[in-house]
Design a binder for this molecule. Sequence first.
Ligand code: F6R
Length: 610
Amino acid sequence: MCGIVGYIGKEEALPILLEGIKNLEYRGYDSAGFAIVGDDKKVSSEKAVGKVAALFEKISGRSFPGKLGIIHSRWATHGGVTELNAHPHSDCAGKIWVAHNGIIENYKELKKELLGKGHKFKSETDTETIPHLIEEEIKTLSFQEAVRSALKKIRGTYGLVIVNSDEPHTLIAARNFSPLLIGLGDGEYIVASDAAAVLKYTKNVVYLDDGEMAVMTPSSHKVFDLDMNHREKETHVIDWSPELAQKGGYANFMLKEIFEGPEAVENSVRGRLIAKEGLVKLGGLSDSLPLLRDAKRILISGCGTAYYAGRVGEYMLEEYGGIPVEVDVASEFRYRKPVFREGDIFLAISQSGETADTLAALREAKEKGVPVMGIVNAIGSTIARYTDAGVYQHIGPEIGVASTKAFVSQVSILALLTILIGRQREMSLVTGRRIAEELKKIPDMIRRVLKQNDEIAELARKYQKFNNFLYLGRKYNLPVAYEGALKLKEISYIHAEGCGAGEMKHGPIAMIDENFPSVFIAPQDSVYEKMISNIEEVKARRGPVIAIATEGDEKIGEIADDVIFIPKTLEMLTPILSVIPLQLFAYHFGVLKGLDVDKPRNLAKSVTVE
Ligand code: F6R
């Protein structure tokens, strides 16, 4: 969580830092602040509570000269949302400034010790211990050595950028379990927690690994481990254009990204399907084919939307792949002491590739010797690098906090995996071909669903007066019911619950009356008749019903109050279509309530704390 950017080079730092942090705001946005070091060794800093715009407003018309600086946008973990708790934090002398993403677990002990030595703290944060620790160490060591020595005393996670006004030509960055990369410019370096902050200036980046620190001057950069051994680092070229990270004419990122659903599926599937032979070629898994062939079970883990994609994958892989699958929310996985067996494969699903819970689950499996694989969007992210093998989503950055295009892409990749694993087992050529052919048609089918955007907006208007919703599905569309409810909750702060339609009679139906609408995901599939009976049960209790149904289904229109149609496709692929109206419904609901749908309150795009 939290966005951090650091700059050192030939340009004025502040405009570059502000531009960078604007692009990272989705990582956290309850307060923001910066510190700039001038050539005269003077530090100027400003902080503001609220979104980055509040900081912009506060500094408007003022100048903050200096070619070295750090900036931060916060998602609070320790200490309330106040200006004093906003980063960067400094030492007693106001010389050493630190912006931090992560959690310092032993900060209480460290703080006690530092208070005992006379240090004065201004904030309630764990982060503030770092500049004070460095201040203590720098009494006998160089800046670089002092940082290293301080880091050795810290237990926890961090992505850090650090400046010292006594050294106006040095920027230090360090990483432990919180993402950090260095953009390599021409006579300048931009350190950031995410590539979105550096793309405007350079496409060449170096990813820091855990336990590494980088020391930069305007003309050089060196990476070390915490024992000061030099680390040779590879330069990666990121081919995302800065425009990709912009809104492209849409009112906001969420709508743009929902409308990018068709391209997301195309990009995730492109070059990977050999439809005629009913086969799939996944480059990132080519060395793992024997492992997959011998696998006896797949353990899938992820959080939120990625977890729901995994639940769709479970149905696909068991029904068509012929392999047992277990899916866990990553935040529970390692705490329930999972029992691993010979032949297990662990599959992490994560758009950002940085979700702390997913990473922790992955580590748990890897440490127990289980081969680990991933479905990840962010290239070079921690999860992508930590897995033994994997499949990239190739959908460009997802900026809106609510995950939308990532879900359709993840489910498409799980369909590819199903063909791959299925064909290694009992799946016939005909079935492999059929799924492949149908998957190719999905992008155009999504486009057809998107054409109903205006009708869905109208529906959102009609249902604005309700404060509770039940989302119901069965089999492949049960995870979609959960996902639809999650979207409505996070975007419009409306209470929504996902529920198996078969479970409804075991409790949730008690809530139904004329003020409690239900959204039924009921395409014409193997559980269609059961869904129709469930709709009847709700109607018998005067509950309003919205149904997501297959084009041409006239029967459902007679019982549901409102129907949104999706094209007919294979049952296993329906979630890629049925989720779209639910994304749009949540989107319009939020917009009509006047909410910031790209940055819902209390959330952050990439949840890098547990
Ligand atoms: C919901 C949402 C979250 C994420 C979850 C996992 O709209 O965005 O539930 O899906 O935090 O994030 P990734 O996929 O980055 O691991």
